[in-house]
Design a protein around this ligand. Structure first.
Ligand SMILES: [Zn+2]
Length: 281
């Protein structure tokens, strides 16, 4: 009995090892704009300092490997009204920012949306070949319930709703149903922060490390260092937001591999791979 089972386990072990080996990626943060507004920590973290200044950037993340060029979020176009209150400077269209890594818009195979706020989703039309991954509840709320009386559509742009509905009609959207799902080999998504109705963050295997692309599930490092939830309107569940940050800590070997959504400090913490581009390693 034992003798016959052993080879079976060896085969399974080899298959698992081969699978794990194949699915590793390089991860980059790519800046496409900055804010010149004089924000303090209190603007981003509940109970944060009202005097400590914070520098806010806008960025997308590129996950490259396994025959794929995957974006986490797609940034925004320069003409969107919502950007005005942020006093946006140093703007480069997100597809142009990706030229620095030798990528053309058509090279992007997938986009994982952390959530559908304008500064993350408005650039979806720039990448014609991309297949889209977004949480099912987040998508459904964004395109329908959010626009009913008494519901929350702050940070949502109507033109982005129309773009996403068209993408779905074209069969280019997969709705991810819930927490802890491996959507592509070596890439898992998680929920719980409720930055929007059901925002998600991404765990990527780089071979040597695991990286959490938190996007706005951690707005800035200050939230994470002080374990403070996002300020005003930044989460529908402040306790869940903090719990998710604690959970992220258990996913990585070093907390430096947890990336917030808008902190300019990211670009001085990792090795430069181009102007406004760092590799997370
Ligand atoms: Zn954002």
């Amino acid at each position: 009995m034992k003798k016959s089972i052993l080879p079976f386990f060896l085969v399974v072990a080899c298959l698992v090892a081969a699978h794990g080996q194949a699915a590793t990626y390089k991860v980059y943060a790519v800046k496409f704009a900055a804010s010149s507004y004089p924000f303090t920590a209190a603007d981003w973290a509940q109970g944060g300092s009202k005097t400590e200044p914070v520098k806010i950037d806008f960025m997308v993340w590129l996950i490259r490997g396994n025959g794929k060029n995957i974006l986490v979020d797609a940034g925004f176009l320069g003409d969107i009204e919502d950007a005005k209150e942020f006093k946006v400077v140093d703007y480069v269209r997100p597809d142009s920012a990706l030229f620095k890594l030798g990528l053309k818009p058509g090279d992007i195979t997938d986009i994982i949306f952390s959530h559908p706020h304008w500064d993350h989703i408005d650039g979806v039309g720039l990448f014609p070949n991309a297949h889209i991954w977004i949480q099912k509840e987040d998508f459904n709320y964004f395109v329908s319930t959010a626009w009913q009386k008494g519901e929350h559509n702050g940070g949502y742009a109507k033109r982005d709703v129309r773009l996403m509905i068209d993408k779905n009609l074209d069969g280019k959207v997969t709705l991810v149903d819930g927490d802890d799902k491996e959507i592509l080999p070596g890439i898992r998504v998680f929920t719980g922060s409720r930055h929007t109705y059901n925002s998600q963050y991404v765990l990527v295997n780089t071979g040597t490390n695991k990286v959490v692309i938190a996007s706005d599930n951690i707005w800035i490092y200050y939230n994470f260092r002080h374990m403070l939830p996002a300020a005003d309107g930044g989460t529908l569940d402040p306790a869940g937001y903090v719990q998710a940050m604690q959970r992220m800590k258990t996913m990585v070997s070093d907390v430096k591999y947890i990336l917030p959504g808008h902190d300019a400090e990211v670009f001085s913490l990792f090795p430069k791979a181009g102007d406004g581009v760092v590799e997370i390693k």
